[in-house]
Unconditional design. Sequence first.
Length: 534
Amino acid sequence: MKYIVLNPIRLVVGLIVLGSLSLNAKGNIDGETVVNTKCIACHTDVSSNKLTRISEQRKTPEGWFMTITRMQSANGLAITEEEKMAAVKYLSDTQGITPNESKKYRYILEQQPNIQETSHDTLLTEMCVRCHSAARVGLQRRSTQEWNKLIDFHLGHFPTIEYHALSRDRDWLNIAKDEVVPYLGKEFNLEKKEWNKWAKQFPNRNIDGSWVITGHTLGAGDFIANLKLEKLANDNFNVEINGKYLDGRPLKGKGNAILYSGYELRTSLTINDIEFKQVLAISKDNKSLKGRMFETLHPEEGSSIEGLYTKDVSSKILNSFPKSIKKDSKAILTIVGNNLNGKISLPKGIKVKKVLERTNNKIVLDVYSTATAQSLNGDIKVGSSVRKNALAVYDKVDNIKVFPQYAIARVGDGGGKMPKQHAIFEAYGFNAGKDNKIGTADDIPLGVVNASWRIEAFNEIAKHDEDVKYVGTIDTYSGRFTPSFAGPNPKRKFSTNNAGNIKVIATYKDENKEIQADSHLIVTVQKWVNPPIN
């Protein structure tokens, strides 16, 4: 089941800028003191010596940030930004979410664009997810009593909720109380056993030093870099990234970060005068990290990231580039990892002409694929380290697919203050494999291929409304779609805005063969509610 994530308009004033705020402000204020002095007026339970409501919840840093922000906007909480971030740090470290609990929902923390959640649970979808993401529910833990109070909160703050779609046709409140609350109390219970076990491990975790990282930037390619963390006090870090894209473009920046809950690293960087955020998760064994880096004002402009801790003594291949080599051709093969010692073994048909560079973290090889090489997806080995299906050998491209296969862009600037939200498309190539049939199990993925791009009306209505003329433009070479300006357009029928329904078409030429694939793009209006967790 697919569904669209909506946002309650009522929250516009309080949450409009949340998505761009930082979770890495430095400070030496004691978070426990802040919580016990700022929250105690409304949340004290003298009999149990606990903070009511607060003690019955566990959340991510973003979740606690949103809670405190709501206390400011709705209840008049007076708190400085430094005090606020200290409270977020304290609550995240004492009542956080474990790596296992957050793993399924990291896409929402990383603000990955064009994600379509799927759920087979009709109850949760119809009662909760019609207004916000399932991830927002899954990234918090509450007692059953606290989930019940959350239902009361919804009814109190959104009194028309019982008249919304999928509410007015049923006994909404009783279903929420009698069915949804028990479900949430079971699936997302406050149970602290796993959290307490995790919390004992992370106070002494050491992540400072160098991390070798690789990343892929939508529409811009792959990069290799060193991420250096210099530890300060209170889990604060100075951060420096220094690397290059495979085509030689530099990637350099500096900033700062905070580690929450023992594994949630939140970083702010300035790269080429542009502000970036990183949402990274440090692995349980402290050997690797994974996450995403994105522009503060344009979260859709981002890079997937994975990395290895160079202080780790084990050997591991992190990544390799390119993903494929055509037979009877030459290439520069780069292998990235940690402790890359030992014999190098490549897929059958790939020969090494010369070792151009070899360090502990990087191997660069001048290679060629023989004219007799067979199409396959092979492993790369360095010593005892193996990366499965890391390098494909192929004779031709048989098919391409466009990713994302469904995307949203938003008009902006012009008649409004919100910036445009771009959509970035890439074409991935595939070889048909041994059976010479596309769409079967032995298809060989070849990675990103160079395609040309254009847009068409998605259907007859879009054609009639001349959507292609007004929605924006796509760059022929990069696949980057830039939407048009926001606000009414007097040139359109009824002076409507520049929204539209578009088909994005990629064309790839392999020798004399031309291959096409398409994607669906919805160009819509600005999104004014942008909390860290939608």
